[in-house]
Design a protein around this ligand. Structure first.
Ligand code: GDP
Ligand code: GDP
Length: 475
């Protein structure tokens, strides 16, 4: 069946052991049991069907037979590739992201580029986000559409399919063919492979816990907030010894997610003198930031933003962590103030806060009372939200469409600092990091970076997270 149905075809090519079969199985949801046996189709090609967004395409895996003899490998790959190329509408080249880029990869890429067919580079075995940066090393291969994936774990498969399906020539008759075929009884893993969108929309490691740091000056209410958080939610492990000798974490569950509040012993520790405590709070903030994904920066509403708050906020911004600003003790400044001042206005307070913490303009601000438990759920909602945003990934296709729309004339950059952007790609998540490929290596002009960041946020969000940009000149 698979070999015979009409519709566009895309091919998977690559060296042995890079994960072609694993990817094939992941995409088709089937074990490699389907051998193309029609006339004219050589036995070493394996076909499968891939359904995505209401369309069906055929996938050909060219890696069916590969001799063990190392010496034969390059020519064998080329032979397979050529056969597949003839009929493919698009090609996905797979490389092993855990190995060095090798000469045969470059030769193969050169051959594939010559075909002029839409070409995608799947850098496989990128099982953790920490490896995202290494995927960037494969840019040198010269294929612009690069997607880091983990075929084994199903990460970013949806992104890859988005990009490939965007270029495949589908006829109108292709849509809505969902129910035409009896499905194989799907195993859980295979069912997951059919709906890779899950991985895309929520960030690929959502099953992981979110590590939350509570940072701020002494007496702003950090330990009170911690008590309220653990008291109003289900504390599932309490407490666990951390890796550091005196660090203790507490894990709470909220909306089915695990939030690990890091180093709760450190949050409760009190300094001896005021000055000591103040200095210690800055040191602790840095340590807590290192261990976290999201920081709750607690500000005392009765004092407004102080210089130490700004220092701690600055560390948070530079650390690349996501930030939620929590204005605590709001109960003391609204109705029934004891200091004779008029009740505080939320908008005016936020305006002043934004002015003092300019660089944190992406961070949501939430007004709470930790002692009364007011708005605590908003804090938790914000943590869940920004944790997902920081792991969000923009595909190269989306990015290209975005760049076409941006009016760079409005960036207001001096002529001498101007450069041409060929394309831009998201190289990493947590924090979202974009690489600009340009005609020359220049440090981004401050106002240009600001402009670009605003445009990216307008288009894609990334609430709570800093956005990093890198420039790479194309030779
Ligand atoms: P092929 O020769 O290109 O078809 O490669 P296979 O699909 O047989 O995979 C080669 C090896 O890489 C196998 O041991 C797979 O389990 C492993 N592999 C495939 N994909 C991944 C992945 O995403 N991550 C890791 N860590 N290993 C993978
Ligand atoms: P930490 O040093 O940042 O951990 O601050 P604490 O949690 O020890 O709080 C310092 C003081 O502020 C304590 O007396 C708390 O009871 C009080 N406090 C904390 N949160 C609130 C709040 O939301 N409203 C009021 N009225 N008092 C608060």
């Amino acid at each position: 069946m698979q070999g015979s149905s009409k519709g566009p075809v895309f091919a998977i090519v690559g060296r042995p052991n890079v994960g072609k079969s694993t990817l094939f199985n992941r995409l088709t949801g089937s074990r490699r049991s389907i051998v193309g046996d029609e006339p004219g189709i050589t036995r070493d090609r394996i076909y499968g069907e891939v359904r995505w967004n209401g369309h069906t395409a055929r996938l050909v895996d060219t890696g069916g037979i590969v001799p063990d003899d190392e010496a034969l490998i390059p020519s064998e790959i080329f032979r397979q590739a050529r056969v597949a190329l003839e009929e493919a509408n698009a090609i996905v080249m797979v490389v092993d992201g855990r190995t060095e880029l090798a000469a045969p990869d470059i030769d193969l890429a050169r051959l594939l580029l010559k075909t002029g067919k839409p070409l995608f580079l799947a850098v496989n075995k990128i099982d953790t986000v920490a490896l995202d940066a290494t995927a960037e090393n494969f840019r040198r291969i010269g294929i612009h559409n690069l997607v880091p994936i983990s075929a084994e774990h199903g990460h970013n498969i949806g992104d890859l399919l988005d990009e490939v399906f965007a270029v495949l020539p589908f006829g109108n008759e292709e849509a809505e063919e969902e129910d035409t075929e009896p499905e194989e009884p799907a195993q859980e893993e295979e069912a997951a492979a059919e709906k890779p969108a899950v991985h895309r929309t929520h960030g690929e490691f959502e099953q992981h816990e979110t590590r939350v740091a509570i940072i701020g000056r002494p007496n702003v209410g950090k330990s009170t907030l911690l008590n309220t958080l653990t008291g109003t939610t289900r504390a599932i492990v309490s407490p666990i010894a951390g890796t550091t000798r005196d660090a203790v974490d507490e894990v709470i569950e909220y909306q089915g997610r695990h939030l690990r509040i890091v180093d709760t012993a450190g949050i409760r520790r009190k300094g001896k003198t005021n000055l000591m405590a103040e200095k210690l709070s800055v040191v602790m903030a840095r340590r807590h930031l290192e261990a976290s994904d999201v920081a709750l920066l607690v500000i005392d509403a009765t004092e407004g933003v102080t210089a130490s708050d700004a220092t701690i906020g600055g560390y948070a911004h530079e650390s690349g962590r996501s930030v939620v600003i929590v204005v605590n003790k709001w109960d003391l400044v609204t109705t029934g103030r004891t200091d004779g001042k008029p009740p505080a206005d939320r908008e005016i307070f936020e305006e002043q806060l934004r002015h003092s913490l300019k660089y944190l303009d992406y961070a949501p601000v939430i007004f709470i009372s930790a002692t009364e438990g007011r708005n605590i759920h908003r804090v938790l909602d914000a943590v869940v939200r920004v944790a997902a945003e920081r792991r969000k990934r923009v595909t190269t296709g989306q990015m290209n469409r975005f760049l076409e729309r941006v009016d760079f004339q409005r960036a207001g950059v001096p002529l001498a600092k101007k450069m041409r952007i060929f394309y831009m790609t998201q190289a990493a998540v947590a924090p979202p990091t974009f690489v600009l490929f340009t005609n020359r290596q220049v440090k981004l002009h401050f106002s240009f970076e600001r402009f670009l960041e605003n445009q990216v946020r307008e288009a894609f969000g990334f609430e709570g997270s800093p956005i990093w940009f890198k420039v790479r000149a194309r030779e």
